[in-house]
Ligand binder design. Structure first.
Ligand SMILES: C[S@@+](CC[C@H](N)C(=O)[O-])C[C@H]1O[C@@H](n2cnc3c(N)ncnc32)[C@H](O)[C@@H]1O
Length: 273
């Protein structure tokens, strides 16, 4: 079990202001070219064939669920499940087809029968979950034999910066103070192999950003308001790092790099373990 506690681990326990900020942050992130690219790669790797029932675990503000509706057609069903009531309400306000459903539920005890879905996905959620292996076991349980699992997660330890010589060094000093499960992305392949999934494939999708606004939207560590505000409360500790970021932005040399992993596998049929 991972000892994880991030602002997304129990979103509903955040203050109303923090909750609103975090949900709006998810909507902004969904529009970033970097995340659009990761999702396109994930969709290809998921490799679904005429699915009728799909599940998105930790569906957040629900953009992907709405996009998946086109894959299952009018008689299919796409379910987004999230432990946060606030996230579910937010997503429901934006739902526009009967095919799509958002429900409150815990990844560690999914409220669905065994062997139900043709495909399950889970994007940037396991880094916030206390027991990622238990969540993966639940996703496998609700997949039908032959069903496809697609996990997407960040490897925060792969986050690198160029710009000024001090930039990476400054970040290394700040990193231990940040509440993030650092390596989840690159652990996913091992977790799926250990779970006994077939045809496990892992692809690192590396995103490199030179535009400050885009980089800061994906990497809160670049955002003064997040670092020093009510979410992370790093105050003066973050000042030397932010000064380096400002300098790189001003002289146009900022380069931020991050690897996000896309890992897929197939639930074996009976006797195929
Ligand atoms: C960083 S957001 C990602 C949301 C969405 N998958 C996306 O890519 O935009 C993490 C989401 O996981 C949800 N979450 C965290 N722990 C969960 C759990 N145990 N079960 C279900 N959802 C969980 C949070 O409420 C939040 O909506």
């Amino acid at each position: 079990m991972d000892n994880v506690r991030t602002p997304f681990t129990a979103l509903d326990e955040q203050t109303a202001d923090n909750r609103r900020f975090l949900l709006q942050h998810l909507e902004v992130t969904a529009r970033l070219p970097a995340i659009r690219r990761v999702r396109r790669r994930a969709q290809e790797a998921w490799d679904l064939h005429d699915p009728a029932r799909l599940l998105d675990v930790g569906s957040g503000t629900g953009e992907v669920v709405r996009e998946l509706a086109a894959l299952v057609g009018p008689t299919g069903e796409v379910v987004g499940v999230d432990s946060s009531r606030a996230a579910v309400d937010f997503a429901r306000e934006r739902a526009d087809t009967a095919t799509v459903r958002y429900e409150q539920g815990d990844a560690l005890a999914l409220p669905y029968p065994d062997d139900y879905f043709d495909g399950a996905r889970c994007e940037r959620v396991l880094q916030h979950v206390t027991d990622p292996d238990a969540a993966i076991a639940e996703m496998v349980r609700v997949l039908r034999p032959g069903g496809r699992l697609c996990l997407i997660d960040t490897d925060w330890e792969s986050m690198l910066f160029d710009g000024t010589p001090q930039l990476s060094e400054a970040y290394r000093m700040l990193a231990p103070t940040l509440p993030t499960a650092t390596s989840t992305g690159r652990t996913l392949r091992r977790r799926l192999v250990t779970t006994g999934l077939a045809d496990v494939r892992a692809e690192p999708v590396t995103v490199a950003m030179t535009d400050y606004a885009e980089a800061a939207a994906l990497m809160s560590v670049l955002d003064r308001a997040v670092l020093q505000g009510p979410l992370l409360k790093l105050g003066e500790t973050a000042e030397p790092w932010l000064a380096e970021v400002d300098r790189a932005v001003t002289d146009g040399t900022l380069l931020a790099v991050l690897t996000i992993w896309v890992v897929t596998g197939t639930k074996p049929g009976p006797g195929q373990a």
